[in-house]
Design a protein around this ligand. Structure first.
Ligand SMILES: [Zn+2]
Length: 174
């Protein structure tokens, strides 16, 4: 089985695969140093294994990705690097007919990605969406996390600080 590697690249020319019979497969590995996921979220060291399968409508991409994200633990507020995984499955439909070059109607579903008129399938947007899914909204630094106790202590400190301000105001009025 031949596996092609994409280094800091997410674009695959699928013209040959689109001409191949339904059921034909291609295998890829991808590594990205960085991938911007959102305005305030970035993944590092993204790796993915990708299988592209020719279907009657286009190409089905399946596989698994791994990402590292720098996060703040919701329980102890420590900053840490978490490594996360997610499996993916996404359809890519051509926008032009591979044989005639004529434009094709857009996919009926907005979850379906498109292959551009030059037969370039770009994995980036799909990887971005699945990387966001992989990264937990409420990350915990790990099994050794000191836990909510320290968060509670921090809350107490904040309350103590507020009470101190209130006390000083009351003292001024007295
Ligand atoms: Zn923690």
């Amino acid at each position: 089985m031949r596996i092609r590697h994409l280094e800091n690249d997410t674009i695959i020319n699928v013209s040959q695969l689109l001409k191949a019979p339904v059921g034909t497969e291609r295998y890829f590995t991808v590594h990205l140093d960085r991938l911007v996921l959102d305005s305030d979220l970035e993944a590092r060291d993204l790796t993915a294994s990708v299988r592209l399968l020719r279907t009657s409508n286009g190409i089905l991409a399946t596989g698994q990705l791994h990402v590292t994200a720098h996060q703040t633990c919701v329980r102890c507020l420590t900053e840490f690097d978490g490594r996360y995984s997610e499996t993916f499955e996404a359809e890519f439909w051509p926008t032009v007919d591979i044989l005639t070059g004529l434009p094709l109607p857009p996919p009926p579903d907005e979850d379906i990605f498109t292959i551009d008129k030059n037969h370039h399938l770009d994995l980036q947007e799909m990887l971005r969406q699945y990387a966001i899914l992989a990264i937990p909204l409420y990350p915990v630094c790990g099994p050794q996390c000191p836990g909510p106790e320290s968060l509670w202590q921090r809350e107490e400190e904040v309350i103590d600080a507020r009470l101190a301000v209130l006390q000083s105001l009351l003292d001024e009025r007295a």
